[in-house]
Design a protein around this ligand. Sequence first.
Ligand code: SF4
Length: 359
Amino acid sequence: MAGKEPWQLELERVITRRSELERILGLTDDEKKSITALRQSYPLKITRHYLSLIDPANPYDPLRKIVVPSGEELAHRPGERDDDVHEDEARFQPCPGIIHRYPGKLLLVPTLACPAHCRFCFRKGHKVKHLSHDEGERALDYIRENHGIRDVIITGGEPMILTDEELHYWLSSIRAIPHVELIRITTRTPIYLPSRFTDSLVRMLAEHNPLFVTISFVHPREITPEVERALKAMSDAGIVLLQQGPILRGVNDDSSVLMELYQRLAALRVLPYYAIWGIRTPGAEHFLVDGQTASELVGALENKTSGFCVPHLITIARGDKVRMMGWSPEKESLHLETVERGAPAVPATYDRRSETHHS
Ligand code: SF4
């Protein structure tokens, strides 16, 4: 049997122990307490590549906030529970591995594992799970039998930490469905584990072109030479790269940081597509900026850079995806426009044998 690839060995060496992180980075009392308190619900997990980007001398380093737990994560709004986001998504899951919220497209979630744990993640705390072969076939059947689905987004967790063979299985199975026109993969793996983007992976991905890979950068310091190499390899292979990341308080809530991020990405052929604002997540409330601030941050880029370096600012409101068109100082309100209307929740289970839906 062939040995493990360097990226797989790197994955086995991710930092999960408080003592090790403390030795490398030094930890505040608050961080130490939070790592222990969150050990079960959303544990510490950082790749060595990402850790090497954090300045140990700066406790306020934005990259540190992305991966090191803090006491703010333990705070919840009255009545809020860790499961709120999961329960909302569960309303749109006809079978394991499928989230079908919008007409015409759906999310396929083959794994909930990630190479690192982003402290802002809205799927934080989902139980880590890979779909079994049977569950995978059932999810594919759901796509095969729903002829209105033209856009499949493979997400997670992190699909890019599956093996080349597993990814090929998913991509070729979806590509064989005649009514599916677009396949996207959403990921932060190029940022956490750029060594994952081997020549063989990129060659295999390109076999399934047109393929869209959407990456969630949050700060320009995440763009290292290793990351640039991974992005270039994918672009050169004809894969379309898009940026879709959140605006986070204390990380990138500064228009000069956003401008640098989007301009550098555009120069690397990663087009800024969406900036996401206002997704309420239990234990990540401290990352939220208010709507006026988000609108002003992105608005400040208009006329200062190329049009395609300015992403659409979007959020989810009452189940619909909405684009923020600006802040009205007279009315003191946001001007929102619906981009995609959420479908009614789909039945809770889906049985391919009888081709019936059960609630
Ligand atoms: S890599 Fe993506 S899915 Fe995983 S924790 Fe980060 S944001 Fe969440």
